[in-house]
Design a protein around this ligand. Sequence first.
Ligand code: AMP
Length: 418
Amino acid sequence: MPYGQHRSSAKPRGARPGHRSFGGSHQRRGSGNGVRRGAYIHPSKFINKAVSQAEEVVYESKHAFKDFAFSPDVQHNIIEKGYKIPSAIQDQAIPLILEGKDVIGLANTGTGKTAAFILPIIEKIHAKNKLSGQMFYSVLIMAPTRELAVQIDEQFREFSRGMRLYSALCVGGMNIDRQIRDLRRRPHVIIGTPGRLKDLMKRSELKLDSVSYLVLDEADRMLDMGFINDIREIVDQTPRDRQTLFFSATITPTIQALVNTFLNNPVEVSVRTADTSEHVEQDIVEARDKDHKLETLVTMLAGEDFDKVLVFGETKFGVQRLSDHLEHNGFSSVAIHGNKSQSQRQRALKSFKDNKVNIMVATDVAARGLDIPNVSHVINFDQPATYEDYVHRIGRTGRGGASGKAFTFVPTQTQNRR
Ligand code: AMP
């Protein structure tokens, strides 16, 4: 349902359903309405009537979880976790990974890709660990952000419960001495972000010569974040005869080059259907200036169906200020951005995930890769720098078939046409 017909008590001026008649030329916006470093994005790109669930082609899984060659321990933990039917990426990738193939998984976040690689890996190391007990340091999983690494670690722990398999989480922003201690305890699985992993290698605390399984998760994001050299250095230290699993939402020429050097005779599995953004109802909200934006945001948030709202801002300071402003106006809000310590971010994220606060204000980088269920609305208080960032942002809502809504603040039409 477009914004104009929304149940919300907030009805921002000018946000008309399906309105697409903004100034036709792709002029650059003046800096008076929030300075943007990225390219101008035409407001019509922020409007979309969501594809209704009924119009979507539902993926029919060829396997049930019990069809996969998993041991009873793994099967038990899948049931405990409550997964009933494999998602598309799980259905297609799990048998290949169990067979020992290198796999390129083209999948966005929210498709269940974590379980698609973690379950077969657990199966393999569990089986061998039971036989020989020699599977220490045998899995390395690299992810672009600390939060994503934490989420992978959480899934690893849940799915390996009762198997005496251990992991070490090696991410920046957290105490390195503790990670060194964890590494010395001979974990089976190492999960980390490239910068910290490299740091640990330099200190000779991390040796990768026994890695049998290497996972690169969200490889495209890792490249976006400038990790390419770190990744190459790390992967170079792992044995050539490892099994490599490579996940990315896109394949650019640089990514293809990495695939060619890192993977051996890979099989590609693609579950990318339409843009995730198609499932999200999107509309714009016009505002004259910063004060008007704040005022409008406060009115919108008072709307009754704004249950769990992720608000994006451009700068660390702006995000903190906005969150404080919302608190002063009686909303419960947390902020996550790069000026917060890792434990502060984790606390903020947890309170938002657990519905203790219902608004989280974030920068793009802080929110990357986060798995937060049931976000009802994404609000772009500041516009994203690129359309790709926009798609990542709004991908936080409308996940797993749930309906989601996204609103983007744009300057009022007259300003826009100037
Ligand atoms: P991911 O794409 O790995 O970040 O997963 C997105 C969300 O989907 C997570 O909350 C998972 O726990 C959930 N999920 C993954 N696979 C399944 C499944 N087969 N059934 C139900 N939920 C799932």
